[in-house]
Write a protein that binds this ligand. Structure first.
Ligand code: HEM
Length: 451
């Protein structure tokens, strides 16, 4: 009650109108920091009170201290957790998380699959045929899913090659059901009125994961799951929960980022052309590798800027302080957070705040060039698409290379623009998503093959 509060009715109205999380943060939360100078704001959302951390100083305090700010245990009545489970690197805490995290980091370190990203992109180009008007968000989802499948899980979902990929179909059906706002705002409805079809679909998807796991035990490969299987301390259930976590955390996020990046390069053709010249020079008709990608600084800047302006996860999973805590803001104010109150780190609030970035709502890769030429460092207090601290994304490098490889090849082989009258003409328009992901929807783009 003592914390700055966003009106319940405004939040409810926003959910009822299926506003995206990014839009909600921009309209309801950023003004608390930018205009009222507050470091946090509280609202009633997703069935509970939720504190949004808006101030970079408080953000740092919470993000860097995983021991005193563990992730909140997910509500047992949220049907989503039937699928993804909690015994994985994403939702565990303390020593259990340490165990998962060590295995995951070691496995991710062993492979940098630029070659596999290249093969996948070539498959995509085959499907794009001679180009023309293409629903780009449809393809980014498929590319990102196959990237996680082939390199992390060692299993080809064939989402790019097969229009009816059973995995993708089942997952999409589940996500559509999970996106119904009524169940999101009042998760208790799933207890009162269990959705049998949804539950059956989730159980069938879990069975598919188990089948991959069984297959992998017998057929080891050069993928992360194989490396993880070398670690005997994880149980069967923990392997499965980690697979589901990677599946969810790994593909929607990268797909969203790839859609945003390509959309912005369509909106700003001069940036597209500048990136293309650089890519063609750096590739010199060879496939992408870590050396030539390092010479694509402007492309890298475009990736950083896409991840800033339409950051895939506008906020993190909730944390709680079991004992309660007083947080000190850069405004000189202190905020008492009661024990076990859900607290999220608002990524979009840092990325879209005019106090942190000049002209924060404009896509401008040039703002990152000094960072890349080594004049300054990325400011990890205000550029946090992968979060920061011990719970930051372990696959940051993986995702960055995936985006750089796919986009470099795209720039080399295609030119693109938005069709006349596109709703994305000023900025990519996101779709409402159950995790609040910022993911452009119905992103039709006109692709022309380069000679
Ligand atoms: C552009 C793409 C991506 C973005 C923007 C992103 C962003 C994030 C963020 C913000 C977190 C912190 C979440 C929190 O604290 O609640 C996170 C965690 C995580 N991400 Fe990513 N991610 C991306 C790609 C991936 C990929 C490709 C994978 C796997 C292949 C992955 C796996 C994970 C995992 C396992 C965690 C949990 C880490 C932990 O809690 O210790 N992410 N990611």
């Amino acid at each position: 009650r003592h914390l700055p509060r966003v009106s319940f009715f405004r939040v409810l109205w926003s959910y009822a109108n299926k506003e995206t999380e990014e839009a909600r943060i921009r309209k309801l939360y950023i003004p608390f920091m930018q205009e009222k100078g507050e470091g946090v704001a509280i609202s009633y959302a997703l069935g509970r009170w939720l504190i949004h951390i808006l101030d970079p100083k408080i953000w740092r305090t919470v993000a860097d201290d995983a021991a005193n700010w563990p992730k909140e245990l997910p509500p047992s009545d949220m049907v989503f957790f039937r699928f993804v489970g909690t015994k994985n690197v994403v939702f565990s805490n303390g020593e259990t998380w340490q165990k998962h995290s060590t295995v995951v980091h070691a496995a991710l370190k062993r492979t940098l699959p630029i070659e596999q990203f290249t093969v996948l992109t070539q498959k995509l180009f085959k499907r794009m045929g001679d180009g023309g008007l293409i629903k780009w968000d449809h393809w980014t989802m498929r590319v990102a899913l196959d990237a996680v499948g082939t390199t992390i899980l060692g299993y080809d979902f064939e989402a790019v090659e097969n229009d009816n990929s059973p995995f993708l179909k089942q997952y999409t059906t589940i996500m559509d059901a999970l996106s119904i706002p009524l169940f999101l705002v009042f998760p208790i409805f799933d207890v009162w009125f269990p959705r049998k079809d949804l539950i059956n679909n989730i159980d069938a998807l879990i069975a598919r994961f188990q089948a991959i796991l069984d297959y992998k035990r017998e057929n080891r490969g050069n993928d992360m799951l194989t490396y993880m299987l070398e670690e005997p301390s994880l149980t069967e259930e923990e392997y499965r929960h980690n697979m589901a976590a990677f599946f969810v955390a790994g593909h929607d996020s990268t797909a969203a980022a790839l859609s945003t990046l390509v959309a912005y390069l369509a909106i700003y053709p001069a940036f597209q052309e500048r990136a293309r010249k650089e890519v063609i020079h750096a590739l010199d008709n060879k496939d992408p590798d870590s050396h030539n990608l390092a010479n694509m600084q402007f492309l890298y800047a475009c990736v950083l800027e896409a991840l800033r302006i339409n950051t895939p996860f506008p906020f993190t999973a909730p944390r709680v302080s079991p004992t309660g805590a007083t947080l000190h803001g850069s405004n000189g104010k202190s905020y008492y957070i009661p024990p076990n109150t859900s607290t999220v780190l608002s990524i979009a609030s840092l990325h879209r705040n005019e106090n942190n970035w000049s002209d924060a709502h404009t896509f401008n890769p040039e703002r990152h060039l000094d960072t890349l030429t080594g004049k300054t460092k990325i400011d990890a207090t205000i550029w946090v698409p992968f979060s920061r601290g011990p719970r930051q994304c372990p696959a940051r490098n993986f995702a960055m290379y995936e985006m750089r490889t796919v986009t470099a090849l795209l720039l080399q082989s295609w030119e693109w623009e938005l069709p006349p009258g596109s709703p994305h003409a000023i900025a990519p328009q996101n779709v409402f998503s159950p995790f609040g992901l910022s993911s452009p929807k119905d992103l039709y783009i006109n692709f022309t093959k380069r000679g």
